[in-house]
Design a protein around this ligand. Structure first.
Ligand code: NAI
Ligand code: MG
Length: 352
């Protein structure tokens, strides 16, 4: 039987609650399939690890991760004890960059049984492809002087290779979906990086005759995702813009607690990392009320990447089943616990 070795990093806060739930679901699916199994190695990295060892993960953490098929991560962050830039740069960004997970894929889709906060959401089904390795999230820059003379400089770094890679991935995806692609820009305000982005988009998309293409400024796009999300399909954006739009994607679905994400090493040279959009939610950690669906849907993205798309579809309909049956956590105005949602979902999988 095929065994997938998964480096499992529950992380902090609700990550520790939702990761085991998603593991149970994925194990149930593997059992139903009968052709493969998961081997979950739990790596206790994150803020607790930092408080004990002074680092978010061991020095040879990346080397350890390289030995696995994929990485399944919950969330990291314990903002009261560890500054967020340390937890983010010491683990997540280190892994994304060190393992060349250059593409971040984040679907936002109106699920059956979910109430969008929008009055007229339409039947939207968007995938945001976010450049994941450079752009505005760069450590080029610094701070100097103090007091009223203090200066902060944060440089954005756009390479032709990185930009082309993200846009080409998005074009391929759009070709397989509804053949519509929208590039997110801000070439009026950012006068170097974004005209460059637009040029690369133009070069790449011109090779795809079948695609219907458009561009929108990030500020307008933020509004469009709220006013008319059903008009979009594949949306390609830089690191910062994609980050912002995917929180909107989560919000218009009904809760950030259900939004999934994948950090892909497209060439499959290193493992990819699957993690939900949400963070460690310290405000509800330990209460047993975290929504497990974001982590579970993230599991579907991992199944898809491993080539089990049919099981992935099955998982998505099981997610919709719990929502239609009103077995929902508090963030979706329900009263079910984290475990109750997962139990109902697994019971449905087993009898369907
Ligand atoms: P957050 O996503 O943790 O929480 C935002 C709001 O959404 C909170 O009210 C929270 O209760 C709610 N929420 C999030 N996930 C939920 C779920 N599954 N079920 C029910 N409600 C949910 O974002 P926030 O508060 O900005 O960050 C908290 C910590 O998480 C920080 O340390 C931050 O750096 C970290 N973080 C980590 C991420 C990661 O590891 N990928 C991503 C985003 C934030
Ligand atoms: Mg974000």
């Amino acid at each position: 039987m095929k065994t997938y070795r998964i480096a499992t990093i529950p992380g902090d806060g609700i990550g520790k609650e939702v990761v085991p739930e998603a593991m149970r679901v994925l194990d149930a699916l593997a059992q139903l399939d009968g052709g493969f199994q998961f081997e979950w190695d739990i790596l206790p990295w994150g803020c607790d690890y930092y408080l004990e060892h002074g680092e978010m993960m061991p020095e040879d953490g990346l080397e350890i991760l390289k030995k696995y098929d994929q990485i399944f991560l919950g969330a990291v962050g314990l903002p009261e004890l560890v500054p967020d830039h340390i937890s983010l740069w010491g683990l997540l960004i280190k892994i994304r960059r060190g393992l060349k997970q250059q593409i971040n894929v984040r679907p936002a889709k109106l699920l059956q049984g979910l109430e969008s906060p929008l009055k007229n959401p339409g039947n939207f089904d968007i995938v945001v492809v976010r450049e994941n390795s450079e752009g505005e999230y760069s450590d080029s820059g610094g701070r100097m002087h103090s007091g009223s003379d203090e200066i902060a400089i944060q440089n954005a770094v756009f390479t032709r290779k990185g930009t082309e890679r993200a846009i080409a991935y998005a074009c391929e995806l759009a070709s397989k979906r509804s053949k519509k692609i929208t590039s997110v820009t801000k070439s009026n305000g950012l006068s170097h990086s974004m005209p460059f982005w637009d040029d690369v988009f133009h070069d790449v998309v011109s090779k795809y005759d079948e695609l219907q293409q458009s561009s929108a400024h990030i500020d307008a796009m933020a509004a469009y995702m709220i006013m008319k999300p059903a008009e979009y399909d594949v949306v390609v954006a830089s690191n910062l813009f994609g980050d912002i739009l995917t929180d909107i994607g989560g919000a218009i679905m009904g809760s950030i607690g259900i939004a999934p994400a994948a950090n892909l090493n497209v060439e499959r040279e290193y493992p990819s990392m699957f993690e939900p959009v949400h963070g460690s939610a310290p405000d509800i950690a330990g209460l047993g009320v975290a929504n497990p669906l974001g982590q579970i849907w993230t599991g579907k993205l991992m199944l898809d990447f491993l080539g089990h798309e049919q099981l992935g579809e099955k998982l998505l309909s099981a997610i919709e089943y719990t929502l239609k049956s009103n077995i929902k956590t508090k963030d979706l105005k329900g009263s079910a616990t984290t475990t109750e949602v997962t139990d109902a979902l697994i019971a449905y999988l087993k009898q369907s």
